[in-house]
Each structure stands twice: as structure tokens, then as C-alpha cells.
Design a binder for this molecule. Structure first.
Ligand code: AMP
Length: 294
């Protein structure tokens, strides 16, 4: 199967339409490029459930804050295209900023409630940028199965809700977080880490794994599940943005004085140096991150 690269939304749309006209289903994986094994496992999952895999590669400026890493975000298009080819991807959509944001564009998509906690207040405008670009990408792709990683759990919930609320003919599916051998979640941003920071970052999956084990042993007190994660990450020298327990569907806050139910999202955002890392587990649903040190 050969790889087709499209820069224009109309061309990408026509290619996806042609697949559907032949009776095929598009499996769509939106990305910002700098593809790693996490992205490629999403492509494999798409191929397992669809006839033709489409990947978008677009570093979306509207989801970066003024002090974030838009300008220096890794861009490795040639390597990404090779990786796509090797994993049987049929269509890649690599639009320019001008293609996705026509001059004087004035339209944004905002998902309420789900974006008010966790990364929302820490990254003002981020989820509006994400929802807006994903809406445009869904319109460009047309009816499809779209796969998103659970590493960005809040993003997954925001996109699921947007697709439902706006009646997109798109099935949104989450995919388990793909991790390094020592448990660290794969991320395009891991390339920023010095060896020392990379070593410290291992404490994130380790702390989450310990919480999964406490939950499995019957612990339901929020403070006893959340507190040790925060303590361990601080001790490791990470600068915490948050360590929070939230309801896994509506992302409603769970106070330390409460008990968690059958399932609860335990989410972390922490800086190793100037690199912001996120990770999470859904207690009662996800296994402990494998390979993480005790
Ligand atoms: P990004 O290029 O970082 O915007 O990510 C594109 C897609 O890949 C999103 O759906 C992410 O959630 C997903 N993704 C990124 N890293 C991982 C990972 N380690 N495991 C699973 N999915 C991932």
C-alpha cells in the first residue's frame, strides 16, 4: 500500500471519501508529529479496526500558550513519513497553518466543564485550541473511527464530548498509554529531558503504580491514594503542576476527605526542568504502569 501525502484539506477529504465510496472505513490518528511508538501503536489499532489508516501531522499553534514550546516543538516530517509508511498508513495530512486557520478566522470550539480543572486552568486556551483543530480535522477526514491516547486523558474526554455534542459522524476511541521499558509514558517532549531529568521522570509512573497497588489492596481514602503520589514526586525533585483525583467521566473533583468509588482518575502534571510531563491511571480500570521502579 503506498503512502499519499496531502497538504490541502480538500484533497485529504477527497481521498478519505474515495475510501468510503469503495466501502472502506477510515481509521484516523491526529498527531502533532515527532512520531514515536505511542503514535504508531495508535496507527496499528486503527488498522485493526479500519481498512485505511489516515494520520494528520500538524503542530497546532492555537493550543500552545505564549510561554510554551510551539517554536521549538520537535518537527521530524521526513522521519515521520517513513514511520507511517512502515506501519501501513495510507494517507497523511500535513496542512500548513494558513490552510487550517484562514486569514481573519474568528471561530473557536469551546467544551465547558471538562476543561475547567486539571490542565485547563494551567494552560489557558489550550483545550479551546485542541477542540477547534480536532473539529476541523474531523471535518476534513469525514466519517471515521478516530483514535486518541489515554495519556492525554482529559483531551480524550474533551474530544469525545465535542464529537457527541456537535453530532460529528466520528467514533472516538481511546487507546492505552504506551510506555518505555521503565514505565515512562512515551511523549514527543521526552527528547527535551537530560539524562538526569529522564531518570527523575521515572518516578511518575512508579508513584502511579504504587497507587494502583494501594487501590487494588482495598484503599479507597482519597488522601491515602493521592497524598503519597504527591510526596514521592516532590521528594524526587519534580515541580508539581498538580496531582489530582477526579471522577473518570465528568472529571469532577474528589476532595482528599472523600472516598473514591469503583473507578477514579489519578492524574499528574509535573515539570522536570522546563519540560512539562503528564501521566495518569484510572484506578479500578488501568493496570499499574509496567516496569516502573518500586
Ligand atoms: P500528540 O502528537 O502528542 O498530540 O499526540 C497525538 C496522539 O497520540 C494523541 O491522541 C495522544 O494522546 C497520543 N499519544 C501520545 N503519546 C502517547 C502514548 N505514550 N501512549 C498512547 N497514546 C499517545
Amino acid at each position: 500500500m503506498s503512502l499519499h501525502v496531502h497538504q490541502r484539506a480538500a484533497d485529504f477529504h477527497a481521498a478519505c471519501e474515495a475510501v468510503r465510496r469503495r466501502g472502506g472505513r477510515i481509521g484516523f490518528v491526529p498527531t502533532m508529529g515527532a512520531l514515536h511508538e505511542g503514535h504508531l501503536k495508535l496507527c496499528d489499532a486503527a488498522r485493526a479496526r479500519a481498512n485505511s489508516v489516515a494520520v494528520s501531522i500538524f503542530v497546532n499553534p492555537t493550543q500552545f500558550g505564549p510561554n510554551e514550546d510551539f517554536a521549538r516543538y520537535p518537527r521530524t516530517l521526513e522521519r515521520d513519513l517513513e514511520a507511517c509508511k512502515s506501519r501501513g498508513v495510507e494517507h497523511v495530512f500535513t496542512p500548513s497553518v494558513e490552510e487550517m486557520y484562514p486569514k481573519n478566522d474568528r471561530t473557536r470550539v469551546r467544551v465547558e466543564g471538562l476543561t475547567e480543572g486539571l490542565c485547563g486552568p494551567k494552560r489557558p486556551g489550550h483545550f479551546e485550541g485542541v477542540a477547534t483543530i480536532v473539529a476541523k480535522l474531523f471535518l476534513a477526514a469525514g466519517p471515521c473511527l478516530a483514535i486518541f491516547g489515554r495519556k492525554d486523558y482529559q483531551q480524550l474526554k474533551v474530544i469525545e464530548r465535542m464529537a457527541r455534542d456537535l453530532l460529528f459522524p466520528v467514533t472516538v476511541q481511546g487507546h492505552a498509554t504506551i510506555r518505555e521499558a521503565d514505565g515512562l509514558a512515551l511523549s514527543s517532549r521526552n527528547v527535551y529531558l537530560s539524562p538526569e531529568q529522564r531518570n527523575t521522570a521515572r518516578q511518575i509512573p512508579a508513584a502511579l503504580a504504587a497507587a494502583v497497588r494501594r487501590f487494588a489492596a482495598g484503599e479507597r481514602r482519597a488522601a491515602e491514594l493521592r497524598g503519597p503520589v504527591e510526596a514521592r514526586l516532590r521528594e524526587a525533585g519534580l515541580r508539581l503542576d498538580y496531582v489530582e483525583l477526579r471522577g473518570p467521566d465528568e472529571l469532577d473533583a474528589i476532595e482528599d476527605s472523600a472516598e473514591v468509588g469503583e473507578r477514579a482518575l489519578l492524574a499528574v502534571a509535573a515539570f522536570a526542568g522546563s519540560t512539562r510531563l503528564i501521566d495518569n491511571v484510572v484506578l479500578g480500570e488501568d493496570p499499574a504502569p509496567e516496569g516502573a521502579p518500586e
